[in-house]
Ligand binder design. Structure first.
Ligand code: MN
Length: 342
């Protein structure tokens, strides 16, 4: 059916852990997106289908409102809101799954909680350069979403028959959101075989699309208007867009978690823009990069801000002012593009 990507030995070992252990915690990354929520919830549903009762999904901080309809989202624990309860689940866990993240620092303020725990650690992820904090590492940067990896894992254990409708909805949501609704990183033929399988499970892909993308608040839409009209700056010689969101505007538009997530993609819809940089003033300055084609924004994120990510989508953070961070980006552009031309 679909190609075998994950190493057979890893499949066997994870399968044994799932069968033999009784208490599971599944952790996603800070500022959870559709893939972090989709993959963790999908695996949680699958473990319950296996008869496991102690399965807890934990996110380091709040997830966006447009993902709260996901089956099981109502039971997700958020560390910044219920730290003590989260610590208890972690202490009792036999196995901790880390999904859609490649290093512990991606769990933000929650990262110190993993010190000294007895639990067996399994990472399933698609970001480059996985750190070695887990006992088992399933790392496939060539796959466009962790949710797809979760499907592949379930499929390879030979238990596709017990994959539930709820789990299927979560998998599809993660696959959809990490590819911009199958607009990028989505040419792999297997993706559509997997979607076919999920449709057989009864998912309503059109409804999932509306749940995720037609869920904006009026404030959010006005914020996008502001950002594109007032803030977006185009640098024609580098086919680059720089956009900022100052703290004062976050307040003015009453922005919530996830409200600015897709904004960085917008400038790429301009014909001659291939690189988009979005800088948001939170507790630190958070910088998002997106590109089209062979422009390695993960390199830019790493070199400028110690961050990382994928070839066409990456991020980093800066301690200091918004203006400073913008300046760092600006000054790096000539050298960056010169090095690409070499
Ligand atoms: Mn992902």
């Amino acid at each position: 059916m679909i190609s075998k990507i994950i190493d057979e030995n890893l499949i066997q070992r994870i399968d044994q852990m799932m069968l033999k252990c009784s208490s599971f915690v599944i952790v996603g990354h800070e500022n959870p997106d559709g893939d972090a929520m989709g993959s963790t919830l999908a695996l949680a549903h699958f473990l319950r289908s296996l008869g496991k009762e102690q399965v807890q999904v934990i996110m380091p901080n709040a997830f966006p409102d447009n993902l709260s309809w996901l089956p099981g989202a109502e039971n997700v624990l958020v560390y910044t809101k219920e730290a003590e309860a989260c610590r208890q689940y972690l202490t009792q866990a036999d196995v901790i799954f880390f999904l859609d993240l490649n290093e512990l620092s991606r769990t933000g303020k929650m990262a110190p909680c993993f010190e000294g725990l007895m639990a067996y650690r399994i990472m399933i992820d698609h970001h480059e350069h996985p750190d070695s904090f887990a006992h088992l590492i399933v790392s496939h940067p060539e796959i466009s979403s962790t949710s797809e990896l979760v499907f592949r894992l379930i499929c390879r254990t030979g238990r596709l028959d017990i994959l539930s409708y709820e789990s299927s909805v979560c998998i599809y949501t993660g696959m959809m959101t990490d590819t911009g609704a199958f607009a990028y990183n989505s040419n792999a033929k297997d993706i559509y075989i997997i979607i076919y399988q999920l449709l057989l499970k009864g998912i309503d892909k059109d409804q999932i699309y509306r749940n995720v993308y037609y869920a904006s608040s009026e404030n959010r839409l006005r914020m996008i208007g502001y950002a594109l009209y007032r803030s977006m700056e185009i640098i024609p010689e580098y086919h680059t867009s720089i956009m900022t969101m100052p703290r004062q505007k976050i307040k003015q538009f009453k922005l919530k978690a996830g409200d600015t997530d897709s904004l960085v993609n917008q400038p790429l819809t301009i014909k001659d823009v291939n690189l988009s940089v979005f800088l948001k003033e939170e507790d630190v300055i958070r910088i998002s990069f997106r590109s089209i084609g062979n422009i390695p924004v993960n390199r830019l994120a790493r070199e400028l801000f110690g961050g990382g990510g994928h070839l066409n989508a990456a991020g980093g953070r800066h301690q200091g002012s918004l203006q400073e961070a913008v300046q760092i980006v600006r000054e790096a552009l000539p050298g960056f593009f010169a090095s690409l031309a070499e």
